[in-house]
Design a protein around this ligand. Structure first.
Ligand SMILES: [Zn+2]
Length: 159
């Protein structure tokens, strides 16, 4: 079964990194820990948090609910911790999840995006993905390359 996450506000940057790698990671921005635990349980998500209280909950100590207590403040160090703990793949499914809303992206034909992307992008990129929720268009441009190079660096450090 595919691993999914619920990311606590206090380690919120992790959600974006996990989405870049292609993992389903919802961000929990509420205050009520109980609510986060409920969602995690209902949707079978691993909790990522800095909150030691959550780690002491019976559901977690009994092993019914998986939670990882995140150490350190650097989001890349945090990401390495999660990758190592769960044996994740930095190249799991890149370019497949909307970084803003965590929805699965859909492939779009070139001619459908002609008016939606800058002309210089249209000239150089062939593959486009669209978020069905926020309708953002994604392509493997310089921004995307920078992010995936960052992941490659982290991967190299782990080996
Ligand atoms: Zn979106």
């Amino acid at each position: 079964m595919e691993i999914k996450f619920i990311v606590d506000n206090n380690v919120g940057k992790l959600a974006k990194w996990l989405r870049i790698m292609g993992y389903d990671a919802v961000l929990f921005s509420g205050e009520d820990d109980g609510r986060m635990v409920k969602v995690a349980l209902a949707q079978n998500r691993v909790i990522l948090t800095k909150d030691t209280q959550i780690m002491r909950r019976r559901l977690v100590t009994s092993g019914r609910l998986k939670a990882i207590l995140i150490e350190g403040d650097d989001s890349k160090v945090q990401l390495q911790q999660v990758v190592e703990a769960l044996n994740l793949d930095y190249q799991f499914r890149p370019f497949s999840i909307c970084l803003e809303c965590n929805r699965s992206l859909m492939e779009r034909d070139e001619d459908k995006v002609r008016d939606l992307v800058p002309p210089y992008v249209f000239k150089t990129q062939k593959l486009y993905m669209e978020c069905p929720s926020c309708h953002r268009i994604y392509w493997r441009g310089t921004h995307w390359r920078a992010m995936s190079e960052e992941l490659e660096r982290l991967e190299a450090r782990n080996q």
